[in-house]
Design a binder for this molecule. Structure first.
Ligand code: NAD
Length: 472
Protein backbone atom coordinates (compact mmCIF):
# COMPACT_ATOMS: atom_id res chain seq x y z
CA UNK A 1 0.00 0.00 0.00
CA UNK A 2 1.49 3.36 -0.96
CA UNK A 3 0.97 6.55 0.92
CA UNK A 4 -1.87 8.67 -0.45
CA UNK A 5 -2.21 11.54 2.00
CA UNK A 6 -0.10 14.64 1.48
CA UNK A 7 2.92 15.51 3.62
CA UNK A 8 1.10 18.46 5.20
CA UNK A 9 -1.89 16.23 5.99
CA UNK A 10 0.50 13.78 7.62
CA UNK A 11 1.96 16.48 9.84
CA UNK A 12 -1.59 17.54 10.70
CA UNK A 13 -2.57 13.93 11.45
CA UNK A 14 0.27 13.80 13.97
CA UNK A 15 -0.84 17.18 15.34
CA UNK A 16 -4.47 16.06 15.69
CA UNK A 17 -3.46 12.86 17.47
CA UNK A 18 -1.55 14.88 20.07
CA UNK A 19 -4.05 17.76 20.25
CA UNK A 20 -6.81 15.30 21.21
CA UNK A 21 -4.79 14.45 24.31
CA UNK A 22 -4.59 18.10 25.47
CA UNK A 23 -7.37 20.19 26.96
CA UNK A 24 -6.67 23.44 25.09
CA UNK A 25 -9.68 25.19 23.53
CA UNK A 26 -10.42 24.18 19.91
CA UNK A 27 -9.83 27.73 18.68
CA UNK A 28 -6.27 27.80 20.03
CA UNK A 29 -5.54 24.39 18.54
CA UNK A 30 -6.88 25.52 15.15
CA UNK A 31 -4.74 28.67 15.33
CA UNK A 32 -1.61 26.70 16.22
CA UNK A 33 -2.22 24.31 13.31
CA UNK A 34 -3.02 26.92 10.65
CA UNK A 35 -0.47 28.18 8.12
CA UNK A 36 -0.22 31.96 8.64
CA UNK A 37 1.20 32.91 5.23
CA UNK A 38 2.39 31.16 2.11
CA UNK A 39 3.68 32.73 -1.05
CA UNK A 40 4.46 31.36 -4.49
CA UNK A 41 7.06 33.04 -6.70
CA UNK A 42 7.95 32.69 -10.33
CA UNK A 43 11.01 34.48 -11.63
CA UNK A 44 13.28 34.14 -14.64
CA UNK A 45 16.75 32.63 -14.66
CA UNK A 46 19.09 33.55 -17.50
CA UNK A 47 21.00 30.32 -18.03
CA UNK A 48 24.67 30.12 -19.04
CA UNK A 49 23.66 29.30 -22.63
CA UNK A 50 21.57 32.50 -22.82
CA UNK A 51 18.14 30.80 -22.63
CA UNK A 52 15.56 31.82 -20.05
CA UNK A 53 14.01 29.36 -17.61
CA UNK A 54 11.13 30.21 -15.30
CA UNK A 55 11.82 29.25 -11.68
CA UNK A 56 9.09 28.12 -9.27
CA UNK A 57 9.66 28.88 -5.59
CA UNK A 58 7.69 29.03 -2.34
CA UNK A 59 8.05 30.34 1.18
CA UNK A 60 5.62 29.40 3.95
CA UNK A 61 5.51 31.06 7.36
CA UNK A 62 3.55 28.65 9.49
CA UNK A 63 3.35 30.51 12.78
CA UNK A 64 4.20 34.06 13.80
CA UNK A 65 3.43 33.46 17.47
CA UNK A 66 7.14 34.19 17.94
CA UNK A 67 9.29 36.25 15.60
CA UNK A 68 11.28 35.90 13.51
CA UNK A 69 10.01 32.82 11.74
CA UNK A 70 12.76 30.39 10.90
CA UNK A 71 13.33 27.55 8.49
CA UNK A 72 15.50 26.21 5.71
CA UNK A 73 15.44 26.71 1.98
CA UNK A 74 15.72 23.55 -0.09
CA UNK A 75 16.48 23.03 -3.75
CA UNK A 76 14.78 19.87 -5.00
CA UNK A 77 12.79 18.74 -8.02
CA UNK A 78 9.77 17.74 -5.93
CA UNK A 79 9.42 21.01 -4.00
CA UNK A 80 5.79 22.16 -3.95
CA UNK A 81 3.43 24.21 -1.82
CA UNK A 82 2.22 21.26 0.25
CA UNK A 83 5.80 20.30 1.09
CA UNK A 84 6.90 23.76 2.25
CA UNK A 85 3.73 24.07 4.34
CA UNK A 86 4.43 20.70 5.99
CA UNK A 87 8.06 21.58 6.63
CA UNK A 88 7.16 25.05 7.95
CA UNK A 89 4.68 23.50 10.40
CA UNK A 90 7.31 21.00 11.54
CA UNK A 91 9.66 23.95 12.16
CA UNK A 92 7.12 25.60 14.46
CA UNK A 93 6.78 22.42 16.54
CA UNK A 94 10.53 21.81 16.46
CA UNK A 95 11.37 25.29 17.77
CA UNK A 96 8.84 24.90 20.57
CA UNK A 97 10.15 21.45 21.56
CA UNK A 98 13.71 22.76 22.01
CA UNK A 99 12.70 26.18 23.40
CA UNK A 100 14.03 28.19 20.47
CA UNK A 101 11.96 31.39 20.38
CA UNK A 102 11.04 31.35 16.69
CA UNK A 103 7.96 30.54 14.64
CA UNK A 104 8.29 28.01 11.83
CA UNK A 105 8.91 28.70 8.15
CA UNK A 106 10.27 26.88 5.11
CA UNK A 107 11.13 27.70 1.53
CA UNK A 108 12.07 25.87 -1.58
CA UNK A 109 12.99 26.25 -5.22
CA UNK A 110 11.80 23.53 -7.58
CA UNK A 111 15.11 22.52 -9.21
CA UNK A 112 17.53 19.60 -9.21
CA UNK A 113 20.53 21.60 -8.04
CA UNK A 114 23.10 19.32 -9.75
CA UNK A 115 21.66 20.29 -13.17
CA UNK A 116 22.73 23.94 -12.72
CA UNK A 117 26.16 25.58 -12.78
CA UNK A 118 27.47 27.42 -9.72
CA UNK A 119 26.87 30.72 -11.53
CA UNK A 120 23.26 29.76 -12.24
CA UNK A 121 22.71 28.65 -8.63
CA UNK A 122 24.08 32.00 -7.45
CA UNK A 123 21.70 33.90 -9.75
CA UNK A 124 18.75 31.77 -8.57
CA UNK A 125 19.65 32.31 -4.90
CA UNK A 126 20.16 36.05 -5.22
CA UNK A 127 16.96 36.54 -7.21
CA UNK A 128 14.97 34.41 -4.76
CA UNK A 129 16.32 36.57 -1.91
CA UNK A 130 15.29 39.70 -3.79
CA UNK A 131 11.77 38.29 -4.25
CA UNK A 132 11.57 37.41 -0.54
CA UNK A 133 12.76 40.93 0.34
CA UNK A 134 10.15 42.59 -1.90
CA UNK A 135 7.39 40.65 -0.15
CA UNK A 136 8.70 41.17 3.40
CA UNK A 137 9.51 37.48 3.73
CA UNK A 138 13.09 37.93 4.91
CA UNK A 139 14.77 40.00 7.64
CA UNK A 140 16.43 39.48 11.03
CA UNK A 141 13.18 40.25 12.84
CA UNK A 142 10.83 38.79 10.24
CA UNK A 143 11.88 35.53 8.67
CA UNK A 144 15.36 33.97 8.76
CA UNK A 145 16.23 31.16 6.30
CA UNK A 146 18.88 28.46 6.73
CA UNK A 147 20.15 25.57 4.59
CA UNK A 148 18.21 22.44 3.81
CA UNK A 149 18.38 19.76 1.11
CA UNK A 150 20.98 20.75 -1.54
CA UNK A 151 21.76 24.16 -0.02
CA UNK A 152 24.68 24.99 2.25
CA UNK A 153 26.70 27.84 3.76
CA UNK A 154 27.55 28.95 0.21
CA UNK A 155 23.92 29.78 -0.61
CA UNK A 156 23.50 31.36 2.84
CA UNK A 157 26.45 33.70 2.13
CA UNK A 158 24.78 34.77 -1.16
CA UNK A 159 21.51 35.39 0.69
CA UNK A 160 23.23 37.49 3.40
CA UNK A 161 25.13 39.52 0.83
CA UNK A 162 22.01 40.19 -1.26
CA UNK A 163 19.96 41.17 1.77
CA UNK A 164 22.72 43.49 3.08
CA UNK A 165 22.86 45.17 -0.34
CA UNK A 166 19.09 45.72 -0.32
CA UNK A 167 18.99 46.93 3.32
CA UNK A 168 22.22 48.90 3.86
CA UNK A 169 20.71 50.74 6.83
CA UNK A 170 19.97 47.50 8.72
CA UNK A 171 22.73 47.15 11.30
CA UNK A 172 21.52 43.60 12.03
CA UNK A 173 21.53 42.58 8.38
CA UNK A 174 23.74 39.53 9.01
CA UNK A 175 20.97 38.09 11.20
CA UNK A 176 18.75 37.71 8.10
CA UNK A 177 19.98 34.16 7.49
CA UNK A 178 21.89 31.52 9.46
CA UNK A 179 24.48 28.83 8.75
CA UNK A 180 26.63 31.40 6.98
CA UNK A 181 30.37 30.78 6.65
CA UNK A 182 32.14 31.87 9.86
CA UNK A 183 33.93 34.61 7.90
CA UNK A 184 30.51 36.03 6.90
CA UNK A 185 28.98 36.20 10.40
CA UNK A 186 28.43 32.47 10.87
CA UNK A 187 29.13 30.55 14.05
CA UNK A 188 31.53 27.72 14.80
CA UNK A 189 29.77 24.36 14.89
CA UNK A 190 26.69 25.24 12.78
CA UNK A 191 27.65 23.08 9.78
CA UNK A 192 27.71 19.90 11.83
CA UNK A 193 25.04 20.97 14.37
CA UNK A 194 22.11 18.90 13.06
CA UNK A 195 24.18 15.71 12.86
CA UNK A 196 25.76 16.43 16.26
CA UNK A 197 22.28 16.97 17.70
CA UNK A 198 21.16 13.61 16.26
CA UNK A 199 24.12 12.02 18.05
CA UNK A 200 23.36 13.73 21.39
CA UNK A 201 19.70 12.71 21.11
CA UNK A 202 20.45 9.05 20.34
CA UNK A 203 23.05 8.92 23.11
CA UNK A 204 20.48 10.27 25.56
CA UNK A 205 17.70 7.94 24.38
CA UNK A 206 20.00 4.91 24.66
CA UNK A 207 21.29 5.93 28.09
CA UNK A 208 18.00 4.99 29.79
CA UNK A 209 18.34 1.31 30.65
CA UNK A 210 14.66 1.12 31.50
CA UNK A 211 13.73 2.15 27.95
CA UNK A 212 16.30 -0.14 26.33
CA UNK A 213 15.14 -3.29 28.18
CA UNK A 214 11.88 -3.77 26.21
CA UNK A 215 13.92 -3.43 22.99
CA UNK A 216 16.29 -6.12 24.23
CA UNK A 217 19.18 -3.66 24.01
CA UNK A 218 21.85 -2.79 26.56
CA UNK A 219 22.08 0.83 27.74
CA UNK A 220 24.50 3.16 25.93
CA UNK A 221 25.50 3.76 22.31
CA UNK A 222 28.74 1.78 22.47
CA UNK A 223 28.58 -1.14 20.03
CA UNK A 224 25.06 -0.34 18.74
CA UNK A 225 24.70 -1.33 15.06
CA UNK A 226 23.66 1.69 13.00
CA UNK A 227 22.46 2.17 9.40
CA UNK A 228 22.36 5.71 7.95
CA UNK A 229 20.45 6.72 4.80
CA UNK A 230 21.77 9.89 3.09
CA UNK A 231 25.36 11.02 3.50
CA UNK A 232 24.76 14.73 3.07
CA UNK A 233 25.21 17.32 5.75
CA UNK A 234 22.99 15.69 8.35
CA UNK A 235 23.63 12.01 7.62
CA UNK A 236 27.39 12.30 7.26
CA UNK A 237 27.83 14.21 10.52
CA UNK A 238 25.41 11.97 12.41
CA UNK A 239 27.27 8.85 11.22
CA UNK A 240 30.65 10.41 12.03
CA UNK A 241 29.76 11.42 15.60
CA UNK A 242 27.89 8.17 16.29
CA UNK A 243 31.02 6.27 15.29
CA UNK A 244 33.78 8.54 16.62
CA UNK A 245 32.23 9.87 19.83
CA UNK A 246 29.53 7.29 20.53
CA UNK A 247 31.43 4.09 19.75
CA UNK A 248 28.55 2.87 17.57
CA UNK A 249 29.27 0.51 14.66
CA UNK A 250 28.09 1.76 11.26
CA UNK A 251 26.94 -1.49 9.63
CA UNK A 252 25.19 -0.03 6.60
CA UNK A 253 25.02 3.13 4.49
CA UNK A 254 22.51 4.13 1.84
CA UNK A 255 22.99 6.83 -0.78
CA UNK A 256 21.41 7.88 -4.02
CA UNK A 257 23.57 5.49 -6.05
CA UNK A 258 23.09 2.38 -3.88
CA UNK A 259 23.62 0.80 -0.48
CA UNK A 260 26.40 -1.14 1.25
CA UNK A 261 26.61 -3.33 4.32
CA UNK A 262 29.58 -4.31 6.48
CA UNK A 263 28.64 -5.99 9.77
CA UNK A 264 32.06 -5.37 11.38
CA UNK A 265 31.77 -1.61 10.79
CA UNK A 266 32.35 1.05 8.13
CA UNK A 267 34.85 3.76 9.05
CA UNK A 268 32.92 6.84 7.92
CA UNK A 269 35.91 8.99 6.96
CA UNK A 270 37.42 6.17 4.85
CA UNK A 271 34.09 5.67 3.12
CA UNK A 272 33.77 9.40 2.40
CA UNK A 273 37.29 9.41 0.90
CA UNK A 274 36.34 6.36 -1.24
CA UNK A 275 33.14 8.08 -2.40
CA UNK A 276 35.04 11.26 -3.25
CA UNK A 277 37.59 9.31 -5.26
CA UNK A 278 35.20 6.97 -7.12
CA UNK A 279 32.00 9.04 -7.13
CA UNK A 280 30.09 6.23 -5.37
CA UNK A 281 29.88 4.46 -2.04
CA UNK A 282 29.59 1.14 -3.86
CA UNK A 283 32.58 -1.24 -4.02
CA UNK A 284 33.97 -0.04 -0.69
CA UNK A 285 36.65 -2.42 0.54
CA UNK A 286 35.28 -5.23 2.72
CA UNK A 287 31.67 -4.12 2.24
CA UNK A 288 28.90 -5.84 0.31
CA UNK A 289 26.94 -3.94 -2.36
CA UNK A 290 23.22 -4.47 -1.82
CA UNK A 291 20.93 -5.43 -4.67
CA UNK A 292 19.00 -2.20 -4.60
CA UNK A 293 19.25 1.08 -2.73
CA UNK A 294 16.25 0.76 -0.43
CA UNK A 295 17.30 -2.70 0.78
CA UNK A 296 19.72 -0.75 2.97
CA UNK A 297 16.83 0.50 5.08
CA UNK A 298 15.86 -3.11 5.80
CA UNK A 299 19.28 -4.24 7.06
CA UNK A 300 19.47 -5.96 10.44
CA UNK A 301 20.54 -3.20 12.86
CA UNK A 302 19.75 -1.60 16.22
CA UNK A 303 19.38 1.99 15.02
CA UNK A 304 18.26 3.28 11.63
CA UNK A 305 18.89 6.94 10.79
CA UNK A 306 17.02 8.09 7.66
CA UNK A 307 18.71 11.39 6.76
CA UNK A 308 17.70 12.00 3.12
CA UNK A 309 14.14 13.08 2.37
CA UNK A 310 10.52 12.45 3.35
CA UNK A 311 8.56 9.21 2.75
CA UNK A 312 11.55 6.84 2.97
CA UNK A 313 9.50 4.49 5.15
CA UNK A 314 5.88 3.87 4.20
CA UNK A 315 3.32 1.13 4.87
CA UNK A 316 4.93 -0.72 1.96
CA UNK A 317 8.37 -1.26 3.53
CA UNK A 318 7.62 -0.67 7.24
CA UNK A 319 6.92 -4.39 7.91
CA UNK A 320 10.42 -5.25 6.63
CA UNK A 321 12.27 -2.70 8.79
CA UNK A 322 14.37 -4.56 11.37
CA UNK A 323 15.76 -1.61 13.37
CA UNK A 324 14.61 -1.33 16.99
CA UNK A 325 15.17 2.42 17.12
CA UNK A 326 14.65 4.87 14.24
CA UNK A 327 16.03 8.40 14.55
CA UNK A 328 14.27 10.64 12.02
CA UNK A 329 17.23 12.84 11.09
CA UNK A 330 15.43 13.92 7.88
CA UNK A 331 12.13 15.74 8.01
CA UNK A 332 9.16 13.41 7.52
CA UNK A 333 11.04 10.23 6.54
CA UNK A 334 8.27 8.02 7.95
CA UNK A 335 4.65 8.46 6.89
CA UNK A 336 2.12 8.88 9.70
CA UNK A 337 0.51 5.46 9.14
CA UNK A 338 3.87 3.69 8.90
CA UNK A 339 5.04 5.40 12.08
CA UNK A 340 1.93 4.17 13.90
CA UNK A 341 2.47 0.61 12.65
CA UNK A 342 6.12 0.67 13.75
CA UNK A 343 5.04 1.89 17.18
CA UNK A 344 2.52 -0.97 17.41
CA UNK A 345 5.39 -3.35 16.61
CA UNK A 346 7.42 -1.94 19.52
CA UNK A 347 9.89 0.09 17.43
CA UNK A 348 11.02 3.31 19.12
CA UNK A 349 10.72 6.17 16.62
CA UNK A 350 12.50 9.35 17.69
CA UNK A 351 10.60 12.05 15.82
CA UNK A 352 12.11 14.54 13.38
CA UNK A 353 10.75 17.59 15.20
CA UNK A 354 12.96 16.67 18.14
CA UNK A 355 15.93 14.71 16.83
CA UNK A 356 16.95 17.05 14.00
CA UNK A 357 16.44 20.25 16.02
CA UNK A 358 20.20 20.71 16.55
CA UNK A 359 20.45 22.79 13.38
CA UNK A 360 17.87 25.35 14.38
CA UNK A 361 19.27 25.43 17.92
CA UNK A 362 22.71 26.47 16.72
CA UNK A 363 21.11 28.77 14.14
CA UNK A 364 19.48 30.50 17.11
CA UNK A 365 22.93 30.92 18.70
CA UNK A 366 24.24 32.35 15.40
CA UNK A 367 21.32 34.79 15.18
CA UNK A 368 22.01 35.92 18.78
CA UNK A 369 25.69 36.40 17.87
CA UNK A 370 24.69 38.52 14.87
CA UNK A 371 22.39 40.72 16.98
CA UNK A 372 25.02 41.04 19.72
CA UNK A 373 27.77 41.83 17.21
CA UNK A 374 30.24 39.90 19.34
CA UNK A 375 31.66 36.38 19.20
CA UNK A 376 30.64 34.05 22.04
CA UNK A 377 33.47 33.67 24.55
CA UNK A 378 35.26 36.88 23.55
CA UNK A 379 34.45 38.70 26.79
CA UNK A 380 34.92 35.89 29.31
CA UNK A 381 37.54 33.51 27.93
CA UNK A 382 40.65 35.19 29.39
CA UNK A 383 38.85 36.13 32.58
CA UNK A 384 37.87 32.49 33.18
CA UNK A 385 41.39 31.28 32.41
CA UNK A 386 42.97 33.79 34.79
CA UNK A 387 40.51 32.96 37.56
CA UNK A 388 41.24 29.22 37.18
CA UNK A 389 45.00 29.86 37.20
CA UNK A 390 44.64 31.85 40.44
CA UNK A 391 42.75 28.96 42.06
CA UNK A 392 45.47 26.52 41.00
CA UNK A 393 48.15 28.90 42.34
CA UNK A 394 46.34 29.11 45.66
CA UNK A 395 46.11 25.28 45.83
CA UNK A 396 49.84 25.02 45.03
CA UNK A 397 50.70 27.46 47.81
CA UNK A 398 48.37 25.85 50.34
CA UNK A 399 49.36 22.22 49.64
CA UNK A 400 52.92 22.50 48.39
CA UNK A 401 52.06 20.52 45.24
CA UNK A 402 52.96 21.89 41.87
CA UNK A 403 50.97 21.33 38.67
CA UNK A 404 52.58 20.82 35.30
CA UNK A 405 51.91 23.39 32.55
CA UNK A 406 49.83 20.68 30.79
CA UNK A 407 47.64 20.16 33.86
CA UNK A 408 47.24 23.92 34.29
CA UNK A 409 46.23 24.52 30.70
CA UNK A 410 43.82 21.55 30.79
CA UNK A 411 42.04 22.94 33.83
CA UNK A 412 42.39 26.66 33.11
CA UNK A 413 40.83 26.48 29.66
CA UNK A 414 38.49 29.40 28.98
CA UNK A 415 35.58 28.48 26.76
CA UNK A 416 35.93 29.13 23.03
CA UNK A 417 32.90 29.77 20.84
CA UNK A 418 32.80 26.12 19.70
CA UNK A 419 32.84 24.88 23.33
CA UNK A 420 29.89 27.10 24.20
CA UNK A 421 27.96 26.15 21.06
CA UNK A 422 28.39 22.41 21.64
CA UNK A 423 27.59 22.75 25.33
CA UNK A 424 24.42 24.74 24.55
CA UNK A 425 23.42 22.18 21.92
CA UNK A 426 24.04 19.22 24.23
CA UNK A 427 22.05 20.83 27.04
CA UNK A 428 19.19 21.63 24.64
CA UNK A 429 18.93 18.11 23.23
CA UNK A 430 19.10 16.45 26.65
CA UNK A 431 16.62 18.81 28.32
CA UNK A 432 14.10 18.51 25.50
CA UNK A 433 14.31 14.71 25.55
CA UNK A 434 13.68 14.63 29.29
CA UNK A 435 10.58 16.78 28.80
CA UNK A 436 9.25 14.51 26.05
CA UNK A 437 10.06 11.35 28.04
CA UNK A 438 8.26 12.71 31.10
CA UNK A 439 5.16 13.48 28.99
CA UNK A 440 5.24 9.96 27.56
CA UNK A 441 5.64 8.43 31.01
CA UNK A 442 2.87 10.60 32.43
CA UNK A 443 0.43 9.55 29.68
CA UNK A 444 1.18 5.84 29.85
CA UNK A 445 3.33 3.71 27.61
CA UNK A 446 0.78 3.57 24.78
CA UNK A 447 1.68 6.98 23.31
CA UNK A 448 4.74 7.22 21.11
CA UNK A 449 7.54 9.79 21.33
CA UNK A 450 6.12 11.65 18.30
CA UNK A 451 2.84 12.26 20.08
CA UNK A 452 4.64 13.14 23.32
CA UNK A 453 6.89 15.66 21.54
CA UNK A 454 3.88 17.16 19.75
CA UNK A 455 2.07 17.55 23.09
CA UNK A 456 5.18 19.32 24.41
CA UNK A 457 5.10 21.71 21.41
CA UNK A 458 1.35 22.34 21.58
CA UNK A 459 1.45 23.09 25.31
CA UNK A 460 4.27 25.61 24.90
CA UNK A 461 2.70 27.39 21.92
CA UNK A 462 -0.73 27.47 23.57
CA UNK A 463 0.83 29.07 26.65
CA UNK A 464 2.55 31.65 24.43
CA UNK A 465 -0.86 32.62 23.01
CA UNK A 466 -2.68 32.52 26.35
CA UNK A 467 0.00 34.55 28.17
CA UNK A 468 -0.35 37.30 25.57
CA UNK A 469 -4.07 37.42 26.25
CA UNK A 470 -4.85 36.74 22.60
CA UNK A 471 -7.38 34.11 23.55
CA UNK A 472 -8.77 35.23 26.93
P1 NAD B 1 21.91 17.27 1.83
O1 NAD B 1 21.49 17.73 0.49
O2 NAD B 1 23.18 17.79 2.41
O3 NAD B 1 22.00 15.66 1.88
C1 NAD B 1 20.99 14.79 1.48
C2 NAD B 1 21.65 13.50 1.00
O4 NAD B 1 20.64 12.52 0.78
C3 NAD B 1 22.41 13.67 -0.32
O5 NAD B 1 23.72 13.16 -0.16
C4 NAD B 1 21.58 12.87 -1.32
O6 NAD B 1 22.35 12.28 -2.35
C5 NAD B 1 20.97 11.81 -0.40
N1 NAD B 1 19.76 11.21 -0.95
C6 NAD B 1 18.76 11.79 -1.65
N2 NAD B 1 17.81 10.89 -1.95
C7 NAD B 1 18.22 9.72 -1.42
C8 NAD B 1 17.68 8.41 -1.39
N3 NAD B 1 16.50 8.13 -1.94
N4 NAD B 1 18.36 7.43 -0.76
C9 NAD B 1 19.55 7.69 -0.17
N5 NAD B 1 20.12 8.92 -0.16
C10 NAD B 1 19.46 9.91 -0.78
O7 NAD B 1 20.67 17.60 2.78
P2 NAD B 1 20.67 17.74 4.36
O8 NAD B 1 20.85 19.17 4.70
O9 NAD B 1 21.58 16.72 4.96
O10 NAD B 1 19.14 17.40 4.68
C11 NAD B 1 18.70 16.05 4.74
C12 NAD B 1 17.38 16.01 5.50
O11 NAD B 1 17.58 16.56 6.81
C13 NAD B 1 16.24 16.80 4.88
O12 NAD B 1 15.03 16.13 5.16
C14 NAD B 1 16.27 18.11 5.64
O13 NAD B 1 15.01 18.75 5.64
C15 NAD B 1 16.64 17.61 7.02
N6 NAD B 1 17.23 18.63 7.91
C16 NAD B 1 18.36 19.30 7.54
C17 NAD B 1 18.91 20.23 8.43
C18 NAD B 1 20.21 20.95 8.12
O14 NAD B 1 20.72 21.64 9.02
N7 NAD B 1 20.79 20.81 6.94
C19 NAD B 1 18.29 20.48 9.64
C20 NAD B 1 17.15 19.77 9.99
C21 NAD B 1 16.64 18.83 9.11
Amino acid sequence: MTNTISFFDQVNTNFDRAAALTDHPCGILEQIKAINSVIHFTFPLKKDDGTIEVMQAWRAEHSQHKLPTKGGIRYAAMVNEDEVKALAALMTYKCAIVDVPFGGAKGGVKISAHEYSVGELERITRRFTFELFKKNFIGPGLDVPAPDFATSSREMAWIADTYATLAPQDINALGCVTAKPVSQGGIQGRTEATGRGVFYALREVCSHGRDMRPLDLSPGLEGKRVVVQGLGNVGYHAAKFLEEEGGAVIVGLVEYEGAISKPDGIHVEDLMAHRKETGSLLDFEGAQNLEHRDAGLELDCDILVPAALENAITMENAPRIKAKIIGEAANGPITADASESLHQRGVTVIPDAYINAGGVTVSYFEWLKNLQHVRFGRMEKRFEENAARQILNAIEHATGTSFSEGEISDFAHGAEEIDLVNSGLEETMIKAYHEIREIKKGRGEDIDLRTASMISAIDKIAIAYLDRGIFP
